[in-house]
Design a protein around this ligand. Sequence first.
Ligand code: NAD
Length: 271
Amino acid sequence: MEISGKVAVITGAASGIGRAVSIQLAQRNIRALGLVDRGDNIDAVAEEVNRLAGRAVAYPFKGDTTDSEFRASVFESMSSKFDTVQMCVPAAGITRDELAVRVDKTTGKARIYSEELFQQVINVNLLAPVYWALEMIGRIAEKRAAQGLKKWLPAEGMQGAIVFIGSISSQGNRGQISYASTKAGLEGAAATIMKEAVFYGVRCGVIHPGFTDTPMVRALGDDYINKNILPFTQLGRLIRPDEIADAICFMLTNSAVSGELWADAGWHAPA
Ligand SMILES: NC(=O)c1ccc[n+]([C@@H]2O[C@H](COP(=O)([O-])OP(=O)(O)OC[C@H]3O[C@@H](n4cnc5c(N)ncnc54)[C@H](O)[C@@H]3O)[C@@H](O)[C@H]2O)c1
């Protein structure tokens, strides 16, 4: 599937991996990009993408990805100004890390992970990406129905592609009960979408990045990174966001690729 000439929506686009994917799609001649983030700097990132691409390609949308009206308005705006959205990378994500169960030394009581925090992480990391994907598929399905098209045929060419951002934590990681659960959950969602959405010619996959040099990872602090991350990677350094963005572009474009891609720099997790 060609990137050139398509319309895409990227969430979490104001930072890290989402920003890097936006820059690469713009440089690979995408027609228009909806850049979604709740961060105030989303306008500045859109300007940066346009400057690097040397043309007006990025359109900022400031809002929360868990808001379904906001989601619909982004797709409505992009499809009415340009064309049906055919590529979606819902990259917005959060961590709310704490041990699942911890015994308070003074009281002797066990404190279990907050259900409220768990729900928050599910909403942002699992429900929202799945619904941004479904919103795109729904609009492609409607367009096809209006054209009298039924089951997709390979001769039509691919009609859409989605890449979810999983994580090496999907295999389990201390202190990440909520985050790991949502990232593993994306695997089931992607596998189901892959089976259902091919009816409309849409593919879906999951990339599992290892520790990547973004504000999310830098927030862990240099000491933590040097002690707990770098020794367990074969590369001996953090992955660059542009390396993950390159892998995402590969997954979007190469229709022979299905399922999951581990972009983990040879991560060997400690027990
Ligand atoms: N950095 C890594 O090592 C790594 C590894 C594996 C997976 N990931 C995943 O990659 C994705 C991007 O992570 P990153 O490292 O670039 O993080 P980041 O913190 O640099 O960027 C995340 C962006 O998402 C936005 N965001 C968060 N919640 C939002 C919401 N509800 N609505 C709108 N915007 C929201 C933030 O404002 C931020 O700009 C996440 O899904 C993350 O879980 C990151």
